[in-house]
Design a protein around this ligand. Sequence first.
Ligand code: NAD
Ligand code: UDP
Length: 336
Amino acid sequence: MAKILVTGGAGYIGSHTCLLLLESGYDVVVLDNLSNASEAALRRVQEMTGKTLDLVVGDIRDTSAVRALFAQHSIDSVIHFAGSKAVGESVEQPMAYYDNNVVGTLRLCEVMAEVGCKRIVFSSSATVYGDPDVVPIPETAALRTSNPYGQTKLVIEQMLREIANADPEWRVSLLRYFNPIGAHPSGRIGENPNGIPNNLMPYVTQVAVGKRPHLSVYGNDYSTPDGTGVRDYIHVMDLAAGHIKAVEYLAQHSGADAFNLGTGVGCSVMDVVNTFERVNGVPIPYQIAPRRAGDVASYFADPTKATQLLGWQAKLNLEDMVRDSWAWQSANPNGY
Ligand code: NAD
Ligand code: UDP
């Protein structure tokens, strides 16, 4: 079976994808500098699957380390998760974000070109659509973004398309994730944010476990059915499955393509809170707070292209997502 290099494979989405790759019979090599992850995630992935993977602790910008990795392993395709992802931090430290995300991807691609491994699945983000003109959002929507993090995703998308235009041996999948939440249903691996979570679901689970007194609901006067912000939450296991489909697609198809990975269903903040309380039987105290700067009212995917071309569709719903997020947080109140 083919060997896949997973950069950032110790992280939240990466660890779930490694698990599914191993279960699907792939050989897996992870390159992760552990800047935002714990080795424990991959230890658990190996225990859960009964299979082993190779972890190389190193940085995608360290060309000699990446060269050594490719010399040691015959890599078929790369799934590239490694990068920095906090929007607020990117506003404060734009240079660090361009360095880690853009320069990091460039350095990785240089070595890939050198060794003739020219298939890459890239973690893009729905943030490339900015404040969209229409929902559901198709891949053909205008691309615009309002922060350095989003801009790094746009620049990398453009760079990878141009690399594929210049050399038809390159095959590129740009996966635009909507809002990943949830965890493996066993609760053994999950999202482990540093400090106070910015995102809704980890905040909700930390309120549920008693680490935070209440959730602030950022705005209830949006033009949405209940006034709170609407997003397309997608179960991390469905997202992981999308990466396997993308690797399979690249084995058959040349060129560069972008795909939305979302459910196509918009859920409000109050839908998430109410579903969490109902499914898990745990109260989530909340207070209505002012809108958060930069937030848009409603954001969800048109996932038709991924269904038609990748043969992928999200299977899990909001109930599955809140149940599995809670399975992880309640069993691991302090993370790994
Ligand atoms: P994460 O922080 O959990 O995972 C990223 C991993 O990359 C971490 O394990 C980190 O240690 C590693 N890493 C960072 N810089 C590195 C470097 N220079 N060299 C080697 N390893 C490095 O994040 P995640 O939520 O799993 O996200 C994975 C990817 O998906 C990121 O590129 C992110 O921008 C993108 N994405 C995430 C979301 C989300 O909501 N989680 C949404 C859209 C896109
Ligand atoms: N949100 C909230 N309270 C929080 C965190 C988020 O009300 O503590 C809302 C936010 O305004 C948005 C939704 O939850 O409407 C999803 O926010 P998140 O940060 O998870 O994702 P993003 O804004 O990047 O889509």
